[in-house]
Design a protein around this ligand. Structure first.
Ligand code: ADP
Length: 287
C-alpha cells in the first residue's frame, strides 16, 4: 500500500538499447531486479522458497513450471502486488535498479506505476478506447499532449491502425486479442520501466497469440518484460531468459512448496538444461 513517504527509486531511468541478440553474450545485461533468497508465504503456507535470480534489462524473462509452483506469486513480488493480498508476506531481498524494492521509504503505488502489469484476461475499463489508454497519464496529471501519448501507446502496442478511426468507440467492443493489446497500450502509456505479463495469451486464439508475441519482441527494445506462461513453446519463442520453477512435495507433511530449479538463457534451458527435472518438464515427461 502507499506509504505516502518520499519515493527513493531512481527517477529518469535511461532506457538504453537492448543487449546482444542471439548467441550468448560474454557479459549478462545490466539487471533491473535482483532476487535473493526470496520466499513468499500466505499465512502459514510457504508458496515459494529461496528463489534467487536476476532479471536483465531490455530482455524478456519467462517464468515457467507446473501449475501451483509459484509463477504468479513471484511475478507479483516484482511490483508489490502481493501487498494487496491479505496474509501474503515476501521474505528475502529484491532490489530494483539496486534499491530495496521493499524498503520503508518506497511507495508501492509509484512502484506499480514504474512496473506495469498485464493480466491473463484482458480487463479494459468500460470506457472508450481513447479513455482506456489516457487513463494512467490523466492520473499522473497529464492534460496537454494526451492525443500524442494515446497514439504513441497504441502504435507501440500494434493496435493504432485498427482503431485510429474509432477511438471514441467502446473498448469492450474490441476482439479479445485487440483488448489485450489495448491493455498493453494502457500499461505502456505511462512509460513504465518494466512490463509484467501474467499468461497474457492464455485466453487468446493462436493468431492473436502470435501477434502479442511479436509485439513483445518489439517492446523489448524499450521495456524489460517478465512473462508468466504455461505454454513452453511460447517461452521458447519469445523469451531470452527462462526461470524454471517446480513444486517440491514434502514426503512427511505433504506440503507443496515452489522452488527455482534453474535460471538460464532460454536456448540453454531448452537444449542443454543442467537439471534433469528441467529436461523432464520440457519434454513433457512430468509436470
Ligand atoms: P502458479 O502461478 O505457478 O500456478 P501461484 O503463484 O498461483 O502458482 O500459486 C502458488 C501457490 O500459492 C499455490 O499453492 C497457490 O494455491 C498458493 N496461492 C496463490 N495465491 C494465494 C492466495 N492469495 N492465498 C493463499 N494461497 C495462495
Amino acid at each position: 500500500m502507499a506509504t505516502g513517504r518520499n519515493v527513493t527509486l531512481p527517477q529518469g531511468i535511461h532506457l538504453g538499447q537492448a543487449g546482444a541478440r542471439g548467441g550468448e553474450p560474454a557479459v549478462r545485461a545490466e539487471s533491473v531486479f535482483e532476487l535473493r533468497d526470496v520466499s513468499v508465504t500466505y499465512g502459514d503456507f510457504t508458496a515459494v522458497r529461496d528463489v534467487s535470480f536476476d532479471v536483465p534489462r531490455n530482455e524478456i524473462t519467462a517464468l515457467i513450471g507446473p501449475s501451483g509452483c509459484g509463477k504468479s506469486t513471484m511475478l507479483r513480488c516484482l511490483n508489490r502486488m502481493n501487498d494487496l493480498i491479505p496474509g501474503a508476506a515476501v521474505h528475502g531481498r529484491i532490489t530494483y535498479h539496486g534499491h530495496d524494492l521493499y524498503g520503508p521509504d518506497v511507495d508501492a503505488v509509484e512502484v506499480r506505476r514504474r512496473i506495469g502489469m498485464v493480466f491473463q484476461k484482458a480487463n479494459p475499463f468500460p470506457k472508450s478506447i481513447y479513455d482506456n489508454v489516457a487513463f494512467g497519464p490523466r492520473l499522473d496529471g497529464k492534460k496537454k499532449g494526451l492525443d500524442d501519448v494515446v497514439e504513441r501507446a497504441l502504435q507501440q502496442a500494434a493496435l493504432w491502425d485498427e482503431v485510429k478511426s474509432n477511438l471514441k468507440g467502446s473498448a469492450l467492443a474490441l476482439s479479445g486479442g485487440q483488448q489485450q493489446r489495448l491493455c498493453i497500450a494502457r500499461a505502456i502509456a505511462v512509460q513504465p520501466d518494466v512490463v509484467l505479463m501474467d499468461e497474457p495469451c492464455s485466453a487468446l486464439d493462436p493468431i492473436a497469440t502470435l501477434r502479442i508475441e511479436d509485439l513483445m519482441r518489439d517492446l523489448r527494445d524499450d521495456y524489460t518484460i517478465v512473462i508468466v506462461t504455461h505454454n513452453m513453446q511460447q517461452a521458447a519463442r519469445v523469451s531470452d531468459w527462462t526461470a524454471f520453477l517446480t513444486v517440491n512435495v514434502d514426503d512427511t507433511s505433504g506440503s507443496r512448496t515452489g522452488e527455482l530449479v534453474e535460471f538460464d538463457r532460454t536456448e540453454r534451458i531448452f537444449t542443454q538444461a543442467s537439471d534433469p527435472r528441467t529436461e523432464g518438464y520440457i519434454t513433457g515427461r512430468f509436470g
